[in-house]
Ligand binder design. Sequence first.
Ligand SMILES: [Zn+2]
Length: 134
Amino acid sequence: MDLFEEDKRLFLAPVRAFDKSLMSAFAEGACTCIRCRDGSGAQVGYKHLHTFDIAGGVFRRRFAGSTQSDIRGALSKAWEAYYKTALPVAGEADLSAIMAMTQGEASRRVGTLLYASGVIADVEGKPHFAPMVA
Ligand SMILES: [Zn+2]
């Protein structure tokens, strides 16, 4: 089997764009907004966390560009390009299939971002595609 052939899908524009959105959704270091500073970073009562621990590193979420519809949109375009089929709207989400479209650092962020943006939520302990928030 030709390895290059196998990897070609990773270089499709929508797949790379999804990778990019994973990278741009987080910046290095804890959030320093007033709310986080006042709470000393405890994030108590936050509906959406600002600071995340990803693979041993501390990152803050960039909310602009990482809303549920941003990420769902980027994921669905990547999925269509990579798997030649529509991303399921509901039901159990195959995280490893999503992760297969990503590379390197972006792969480590997939789970965190999909949950943080609300694209995926656990139902009975298993990842499911969440309904869109209007
Ligand atoms: Zn903050």
